[in-house]
Ligand binder design. Sequence first.
Ligand code: 5GP
Length: 183
Amino acid sequence: MRADLKEKVDRVLITEEEIKKRVKKLGAQITADYSLDDDIVMVGILRGAVMFMSDLARCVDLPVTLDFMDVSSYDGTKSSGIVRIIKDLEENIAGRHILIVEDIIDTGLTLRHVVSFLETRNPASIKICTLLDKPERRKEKKVEVDYNGFEIPDEFVVGYGLDYQEKFRNLPYIFVLKEEFYE
Ligand code: 5GP
């Protein structure tokens, strides 16, 4: 591990090898659940899902279209449940199968809003794939996760797309940041 990281890492939660193995399995599961005739649009939520989406898409052995959305809380308060669409999809999704790809589900409020927003455009189906899930923190029970990489405890994690103040996204593993670094 890089010297500058050693003092910031509480512990590595998920290694690069574990991520690779799990992403491969998720890709195989998704491949098995859809058919070759399905018009699938993978919708990555920026920016956290970028690493996961690019690895996952390569493990899905079906024709897929890739698109991205960027969303944020209205008033800056995390998990207000009211999200502002910063970047909308490029694709018309009517009649198509949507697979939302998310880095982490915490309260679930962001995803609930994204799902409601996409539903108004009449897609054929909407499924959710998240790399990480913090079930202890869930407030929104209506959000059903179809594919879940890892369930993790209620701790602040970074790496493999996840950031703290826009840093750490490019690390190939996921670690718990020492509390003193985000106080
Ligand atoms: P939710 O609406 O489910 O509460 O919010 C999910 C969003 O919160 C994620 O997309 C992510 O941006 C952020 N988030 C939640 N937990 C963590 C975490 O442990 N680490 C990081 N880096 N972001 C998190």
